[in-house]
Design a protein around this ligand. Structure first.
Ligand code: NAD
Length: 434
């Protein structure tokens, strides 16, 4: 089919590339000219494993195009996917400004029947609002349908997830439109779940809120384990063997970050508040996560008394491994607090340094390598579980650091393994080693 995808961020670009790969004619539209220029040359503006290769393949096959011009991008298309950002407003609710701008662009440039598919995460009721706006501003003889198709990909494995997802949710109030979107997606071979629009919108928020709840729950268990001398890894393993609990998302750490969980949990409490429902459970999940992000600083302060003048190496800046995305990363709050505490911070990340420079405090220095970062450090803060850090020979800490003290926010190392080295090792929900 002829499809355009508006917005070429983590969701839009992956969607556009994947849809072209299963045979559709795709034009991706973005307002960012420099991004579009790079994509036309086969350069991905984001780091996602496998994305650039797939993008080049489909550009060369003549199925994938990029433009900044909405009129050109919408010409001759049957379906338009919306994948622009829905960041949080000051009160935590979702900001729909980018969506509304796209609706204006569609209304003033599309002259044929159209199905608009919303990939962006939007509050319940937004797709009906979108349909209302389009109907009010486009010729009445045009057939306009809106379908909710929330996205569940995970940054860092988004290409894999698109072809191997657990489900594709299609929310529609019009059977014909639902069928078209189902046919578009069939070649992915992923189970398709069809429902009404509002339920589809809610599935996205409820899923993210549930996963965030699992993380905050295990983090609370971890904090209790620390005080009781139990081991959270062992507890999570024993819990996860029960299929009703499930073993995924039971990794204790310094909390969730990224572009989705923090904003989507806040947005859902707002969605509930708007209908006078106090979502107490989810509010507690958010509070637990905010507190959890302080855990490593608390542990370091408890251990050293004052952190003034200490040289701290931060390992890992992106919010999780295999991505360069810095949105709501633990490194932001941690580096700000370390700087405020008078430490010297030297940071390293395999991919995200360029993005980090724009966000972290100017006092933060950057190392070119893992080894350079830890050289003469008084302590290490491990914030992202990149394979490069997990697979390292622990001797390097002993050899390079001033004092081998590690505060690990991602439980990267097995305690029995660390015991063999003269490293003082603090992690989450487990006993201190050495
Ligand atoms: P992003 O910020 O990475 O990308 C958005 C893109 O849209 C940018 O490139 C921007 O230039 C472009 N844009 C903005 N207005 C435009 C317009 N009028 N016309 C054309 N392009 C425009 O966003 P993202 O992370 O891809 O997220 C997009 C949506 O998907 C959000 O609602 C998010 O909540 C949701 N989502 C994200 C993820 C994720 O892992 N990032 C996962 C699931 C769902």
């Amino acid at each position: 089919m002829n499809i355009s995808v508006v917005g070429t961020g983590y969701v839009g670009l992956v969607t556009g590339v994947a849809l072209s790969h299963i045979g559709h004619q795709i034009t991706c539209i973005d307002i960012d000219e420099s991004k579009v220029l790079r994509m036309r040359q086969g350069i991905s503006p984001i780091f996602e494993p496998g994305l650039e290769e797939l993008m080049i393949k489909n550009i060369e096959a003549g199925r994938l195009f990029f433009t900044t011009n909405h009129r050109e991008g919408f010409k001759g298309k049957d379906v338009i996917y919306i994948a622009v950002g829905t960041p949080e407003k000051e009160d935590g609710s979702a900001n729909l400004t980018f969506i509304e701008k796209v609706i204006e662009d569609i209304a003033s440039n599309v002259e044929n029947d159209i199905i608009v598919v919303t990939k962006s995460t939007v509050p319940v009721g937004t797709n009906h609002y979108i349909k209302g706006l389009l109907k009010a501003s486009m010729p009445s003889d045009l057939k306009i349908e809106v379908v909710s198709n929330p996205e569940f990909l995970r940054e860092g494995s988004s290409v894999y997830d698109t072809f191997n997802g657990d489900r594709i949710v299609i929310g529609a109030d019009n059977e014909e439109a639902a069928k078209v979107i189902e046919e578009i997606n069939k070649p992915f071979g992923v189970p398709i779940y069809k429902t009404d629009i509002k339920s589809a919108e809610m599935i996205k928020y409820a899923s993210n809120a549930f996963l965030a709840t699992k993380i905050s729950f295990v983090n609370e268990i971890a904090n209790i384990c620390e005080k009781l001398g139990a081991d959270v890894e062992s507890v999570a393993c024993g819990m996860g063997m029960d299929k009703r609990v499930g073993s995924m998302f039971l990794n204790a750490g310094i909390g969730y970050g990224g572009s989705c969980f923090p904003k989507d949990t806040k947005a859902l409490t707002q969605i509930a508040a708007n209908i006078d429902h106090d979502f107490e459970l989810l509010k507690a999940v958010i509070t637990v996560n905010n507190n959890q992000q302080q855990r490593l600083i608390e542990k370091a302060t408890e251990r050293f008394g004052s952190l003034v003048g200490k040289r701290v190496a931060i390992l890992g800046l992106s919010f999780k491994p295999n991505t360069d995305d810095m949105r709501e990363a633990a490194s932001i709050i941690t580096s700000k607090q370390l700087i405020a505490n008078g430490t010297h911070v030297i940071a390293y990340d395999p991919i995200a340094i360029e993005n980090a420079r724009r966000i972290l405090p100017s006092e933060v220095k950057y190392a070119q390598s893992f080894e350079e970062a830890i050289t003469e450090a008084d302590m290490v803060f491990l914030l992202t579980d990149w394979a490069e850090f997990k697979d390292v020979n622990l001797n390097v800490y002993v050899e390079k650091m001033n004092q081998p003290v590690i505060f690990d926010g991602r439980n990267c190392y097995d305690l029995d393994y660390v015991k063999n080295y003269s490293i003082e090792y603090h992690s989450i929900g487990r006993n201190v080693v050495n």
